[in-house]
Ligand binder design. Structure first.
Ligand SMILES: [Zn+2]
Length: 305
């Protein structure tokens, strides 16, 4: 009994210290949790989105400043889809997002996960009203459909994601011919409007045989030939500029480069023609980001780094 009596208060004492420790632990961890939570709101890494409000046809640049203590790159999701992130320099990671003419105006979520933190940005996309163009094509031409091989090869070329960035400055125009059809224009072909259709590039009404120049450095990822089943695009070239940016040149009369060639800005790559679906000699120039079309003229007006 004596022993028990002696032990009781000491047990009580140790209980008290456990409770005290527990309260202190809870206080400490809850504060730590609050601290982490607060940091997520602040986001311990810098993000630069350009432009902050986008329009249809824009290429949106999302840059994330590298944290010296973190080796893993950030993960970025655009509209819930994971997009490739490239190392732009020693200080920045960067991803380019396409806002095609075919998308609806509204709010598009960009989610960034980096070093245990999450940042969500709601990108506002404004509408652009594109004009309607009437076009008359012979039935034999308007009813031509791309072959499976043509579709597959073009899709593969457009989805080239090179880690190296080849372009350095603003793009130059690939043709000196006058612009005839702008990007995003809706078309009424032989009196019928296809609601899903929009012009996916820029047309130059250049003379047959006139020069086509590479607008920036890049690697040729596809040369398609009308004689090899390219019934829609005709003779065509696709150039990979790196970081998910690809440009395309359609309806050529002749191709002066081959698959795998590295082309320099201003280099002659082919000649204007009217092969494939074309109402006459012209160059169709398309710029693609992550496989989706964007306004090519924007690439000639601003340096998208
Ligand atoms: Zn065109």
């Amino acid at each position: 009994m004596k022993n028990i009596k002696v032990l009781k208060p000491s047990l009580k004492k140790s209980h008290l210290s456990i409770v005290k420790s527990l309260i202190f632990f809870i206080f400490l961890t809850s504060n730590l949790f609050l601290c982490c939570f607060a940091q997520d709101n602040i986001t311990p890494f810098e993000i630069v989105v350009k432009p902050e409000v986008a329009s249809l046809g824009d290429t949106v640049s999302v840059k994330i400043r590298k944290l010296p203590t973190e080796k893993n790159p950030p993960r970025i999701f655009f509209e819930k889809t994971k997009v490739p992130v490239f190392s732009l320099s020693e200080t920045w990671y960067r991803t380019l997002l396409p806002i095609s003419a075919g998308v609806k105006a509204g709010t598009y979520p960009i989610e960034i996960f980096y070093k245990g933190h999450t940042k969500k940005i709601d990108l506002t996309v404004k509408d652009t009203k594109y004009p309607l163009q009437d076009l008359t094509l012979p039935k034999t031409v308007s009813e031509l459909k791309a072959s499976k091989v043509e579709k597959a090869l073009v899709a593969k070329a457009l989805n080239t994601y090179s880690n190296e960035k080849f372009w350095r400055e603003k793009f130059i125009l690939p043709s000196s011919g006058p612009l005839s059809t702008a990007y995003g224009v809706k078309r009424r072909v032989n009196g019928v409007i296809n609601p899903d259709y929009f012009h996916k590039g820029l047309d130059f009404a250049a003379a047959s045989g006139s020069s086509i120049k590479a607008p920036e450095n890049g690697r040729v990822v596809l040369v398609g030939l009308a004689s090899k089943g390219f019934v829609v695009n005709g003779n065509c070239i696709f150039i990979d500029h790196g970081h998910g940016v690809v440009s395309g040149y359609l309806h050529l009369s002749s191709v002066l480069v081959k698959d795998g060639d590295f082309v320099k800005k201003g280099q002659l790559i082919g000649k204007v023609g009217s092969t494939g679906i074309a109402s006459g000699p012209h160059l169709h120039w398309g710029v693609y980001v992550l496989g989706k079309t964007v306004e090519p003229l924007l690439w000639t007006k601003t340096i998208i780094d």
